[in-house]
Design a protein around this ligand. Structure first.
Ligand code: NAD
Length: 284
């Protein structure tokens, strides 16, 4: 595949805005699509302030920041992704919603375009099956926040071609990321290990073993993690954590992956973490 010049990013939340920023910082023309205009407004603000932080730290020049901002377009019209060479989807973690999007993207994008998903846990093979280009569908899983975190987990579906894999790897390398490769099983590598730990932290809180502060301090100072599991859950989004636990539970068929009732209760109550101001902790 020829070098990627035009990047489409679908979903302008925490992850999509960071992926769009990365693309623009590394010379790609980027269309960031979200159905919610408020999300686009927030994405624009967060990308500008993140780029400005890179300038303040001397990591990029003011000119590079201005150029990157000039390479970004925000839209709610999916037809604008027609000329994208490579698309990364970062919408809500729901297989049905993602499949609908893949069907639409398959219709409107050029036949050579690669369709990548930033899914944390959902089967790439099943997402690919919604399209007529199964060999051009792949998992490209960035970590949060994408401009800072060094890892990209690449997931090949059952039909992903070598060409698609190499183009995705080349794009991740252009973003200066370290790559790991996973087989297409629920949760892949990182979330298969991380989410049960977060879920267990919720069980530890739920069963009254310790306070939230002691659980987080225990894991920070006791195991040298930079952030405690409950703080991390708030950062990721409790809704995203719950969706991933459900995928692990259904996909791996073991009761050890059953979501903790306290995690379910927080999500039901709209306490989804930092992005709404309250989760396990209160940020208001
Ligand atoms: P988010 O809730 O912050 O953002 C999702 C965005 O997608 C919202 O702005 C929403 O308006 C938009 N959206 C929903 N349906 C859409 C559609 N059909 N078309 C266009 N836009 C649509 O979510 P997030 O945390 O950025 O997660 C997005 C994806 O990235 C999920 O698949 C998640 O599992 C994955 N992921 C999340 C993290 C994390 O730490 N939060 C890390 C790695 C991967």
């Amino acid at each position: 595949m020829a070098e990627v010049k035009n990047l489409g990013v679908v979903g302008g939340g925490q992850m999509g805005s960071g992926i769009a920023q990365l693309g623009a910082m590394h010379g790609l023309h980027v269309w960031l699509l979200d159905t919610d205009p408020t999300a686009l407004y927030r994405a624009n603000k967060s990308i500008s302030s993140s780029l400005q932080r890179f300038v303040s730290k001397g990591q990029i020049s003011q000119a590079a920041c201005t150029e990157a901002l000039g390479r970004l377009e925000y839209t709610s019209n999916i037809d604008e992704l027609r000329s994208a060479d490579f698309i990364v989807e970062a919408i809500v973690e729901s297989e049905d919603v993602k499949k609908k999007l893949f069907i639409e993207l398959d219709k409107i994008t050029k036949s050579s375009a690669i369709l990548a998903s930033n899914t944390s846990s959902i089967s790439i093979t099943r997402l690919a099956s919604a399209t007529s280009r199964r060999c051009q569908v792949i998992g490209m899983h960035f970590m949060n926040p994408p401009p800072i975190m060094k890892l990209v987990e690449i997931v090949r579906g059952a039909h992903t071609s070598d060409e698609t894999f190499h183009a995705t790897k080349a794009l991740a390398e252009r973003f200066h990321k370290t790559i790991i490769c996973s087989q297409d099983y629920s949760g892949f590598i990182v979330n298969r290990i991380l989410m049960p730990m977060i879920n267990e932290a919720f069980f530890t809180l739920y069963t009254g073993v310790a306070t939230k502060e002691d659980i987080d301090t225990g894991m920070k100072l006791g195991t040298n993690h930079p952030i405690g599991p409950l703080e991390l859950a708030d950062f990721i989004g409790l809704d995203v954590c719950l969706s991933i636990m459900k995928v692990l539970h259904a996909g791996l068929g073991d009761s050890k992956y059953a979501p903790c009732p306290l995690l379910v209760r927080y999500v039901d109550a709209g306490r989804v973490g930092r992005k709404c101001g309250v989760g396990v902790y209160d940020y208001r």
